[in-house]
Design a protein around this ligand. Structure first.
Ligand code: CMP
Length: 139
């Protein structure tokens, strides 16, 4: 089925001017960027977005990192977009990511790992709604 997933190009990637390079991998995989904007996340936005990780030891570090510079939030659309984008991103830990994946190509570490993608249909809906109004998504 045609799905939508939520993506973030993280501060380590925007800082190195990798927005276009990441989008090239996304588009080459057959995913379409149907919404996109560059924002500076507030601490509140990052805390809400990563609320599920609140109890983790790296939570503070994660919020610090995600608010350390601009991010590009996106909605990606395509056949099986949620799983497909997770494949395209590669493993969370770049040292374990497969060849050709975004994280293998560009991620610096497990924390500064260049991209985020939704892990399931329910989270995709919630994550998209946190950052985009319906009329900002043009399929
Ligand atoms: P993401 O897909 O955005 O969702 C949760 C994030 O937490 C994950 O990517 C990583 O960037 C981050 N993360 C996961 N494990 C660690 C860790 N051990 N140390 C720091 N950050 C982590």
């Amino acid at each position: 089925a045609i799905e939508r997933t939520f993506s973030i190009i993280k501060p380590d990637a925007t800082e190195r001017n990798l927005t276009g390079a990441v989008n090239a991998v996304i588009e080459k995989a057959g995913l379409r960027v149907v919404a996109q904007k560059r924002i500076q996340m507030t601490r509140g936005q990052a805390e809400t977005f990563y609320a599920v990780h609140k109890a983790r030891p790296f939570f503070g570090e994660l919020v610090d990192f995600m608010t350390s510079g601009p991010v590009v939030v996106q909605v990606l659309e395509g056949e099986g977009a949620i799983l497909k984008y997770r494949d395209v991103m590669g493993a969370t830990d770049p040292s374990k990511a497969a060849e050709g994946t975004i994280r293998k190509l560009y991620a610096k570490s497990i924390g500064e790992n260049s991209v985020h993608g939704s892990d399931a249909p329910e989270t995709a809906v919630i994550e998209i709604a946190q950052f985009f109004a319906g009329n900002e998504i043009v399929g």
